[in-house]
Design a protein around this ligand. Structure first.
Ligand SMILES: [Mg+2]
Length: 216
């Protein structure tokens, strides 16, 4: 198998949380008398690390107060988080194939933990790194701590920041078109691989197995 270890982003990669995220973001904007964004405008303007986005849309507002409103509005959102198609199958298959899986996400630790447990997905991961504002600052330490060989490891994500993080860590980047960043912007960041969804990635990865691995 080309990759024996995979780091996964969470939002937009394994789960679809765009509706509650948009709802919560608009609650934050409304609280500061700023007009709400449409889904398209949000996708166009949102970026990671998210403090940069908030500094642009709400300059000078303290991040901590934004995060408090965001968290409570997210929990009360009328639309809920769902597991993306192919995500559970991908993680199940990785377990069978002996591929080590990790999470590296900017999502708030409390929100992440609740979702991972509600969906019964937390057991699929060897280690979870949530609440990471700038993933580039943590990737090196994570690869080292788990002794992950660079050439056998990839970071799978839906945003340009994820591609940059993979490159920063010296590992492969796998972009999926199921999340936040518009496809054109994501493609322009030149990921090593670009798939419509995790199902296509899984099929591709299966195809890289040498015959002995397939027979296992
Ligand atoms: Mg994401």
């Amino acid at each position: 198998m080309k990759y024996r270890s995979l780091l996964f982003d969470w939002s937009g990669t394994l789960v679809d949380d765009l509706p509650p995220t948009l709802h919560a973001t608009n609650e934050v904007l409304e609280h500061h008398q700023v007009a709400p964004m449409s889904r398209e405008e949000f996708r166009k303007r949102f970026r990671l690390p998210y403090p940069e986005f908030y500094e642009e849309v709400l300059p000078g507002v303290a991040l901590e107060s934004l995060e408090d409103i965001f968290r409570s509005s997210f929990r009360q959102s009328p639309t809920k988080v769902t597991v993306l198609p192919h995500a559970r199958e991908m993680l199940d298959w990785c377990r069978e194939a002996g591929i080590r899986c990790f999470v590296l996400s900017s999502m708030d630790v409390g929100l992440f933990t609740r979702q991972a447990h509600d969906f019964g997905l937390h057991g699929h991961f060897e280690a979870i790194y949530a609440g990471v504002i700038d993933k580039r600052e943590r990737i090196g330490e994570i690869l080292e701590r788990h002794d992950l060989p660079l050439e056998e490891t990839a970071f799978v994500g839906d945003m340009v920041h994820d591609v940059h993080t993979a490159k920063h860590g010296g590992i492969s980047s796998v972009a999926v078109a199921t999340g936040y960043d518009p496809v054109e912007r994501l493609a322009a960041s030149e990921p090593h691989h670009f798939f419509d969804h995790l199902g296509d990635f899984r099929e591709w990865l299966k195809g890289t197995a040498v015959p002995e691995q397939l027979a296992e």
